[in-house]
Design a protein around this ligand. Structure first.
Ligand SMILES: [Zn+2]
Length: 209
């Protein structure tokens, strides 16, 4: 609603189709009214083929992807390539909030273990409880595998810290080592936006929780 109000104060296109697409782009994370307008007018000028490819890519994004039944990463294979690989260190699980965090960590090439995607973080203020993220699935995994270290790589912000503390309490009684990424990551940021050097240092410098 706030976003729409902002849009209305700015440029108001007379063509409804244009206005609709601007509104849709404006709903995307990181896209403000100005960028939404720019993208819409870009597509208006772009060759038909390009617009078609974009629409098709968007459709297959949902149709051809699913969540890995083990780690809940986005995948098109069952299990995902990481869970199915015999090159990965199966004694470590790195717990992240979102699938894109895996991309950031994989980009550093420093970590060779497995992952677990929570799909969120506990946030009482936003009504996100323990059962709204994949914590139960993580605990089931830990109980039925030979993992000896869980690396808590939730975001270095309030929700991420709360989630890490909660997980630490749950996991410690299992006799599994729990570590947290080093403090090099600035508080309040999100993992997916951290640069490779900072992330590499954070993984290498991880400490007992
Ligand atoms: Zn997986």
């Amino acid at each position: 609603m706030v976003k729409e109000a902002k849009l209305n104060q700015g440029f108001i296109p007379t063509v409804e189709a244009v206005y609709k697409l601007i509104q849709e782009f404006n709903k995307l994370p990181g896209i403000g009214p100005k960028s939404a307008q720019r993208l819409t007018y870009y597509l208006l000028r772009a060759p038909e083929e390009q617009a078609r490819l974009l629409a098709e890519a968007r459709l297959s994004l949902k149709q051809e992807t699913r969540l890995c039944p083990i780690c809940f990463n986005v995948t098109d294979s069952d299990p995902c390539l990481i869970c199915g690989s015999d090159q990965r260190d199966r004694s470590k699980i790195c717990v992240v909030e979102q699938p894109q965090d895996i991309l950031a960590l994989e980009h550093t090439r420093i970590y060779n273990g497995l992952y677990h995607v929570l799909h969120g973080a506990i946030s009482p203020t936003e009504g996100v409880g323990v059962s709204d993220v994949r914590i139960k699935e993580l605990m089931n995994r830990l109980q039925s595998s030979s993992v000896d270290e869980v690396i808590l790589a939730t975001n270095p912000n309030l929700e991420g810290e709360q989630t890490a503390m909660y997980l630490n309490k749950l996991i410690l009684p299992l006799g599994i080592r729990v570590t947290r990424l080093a403090r090099g990551l600035p508080f309040g940021t999100e993992l997916e936006y951290a640069d490779d050097v900072t992330l590499t240092r954070a993984i290498e410098g991880r400490q007992e929780f």
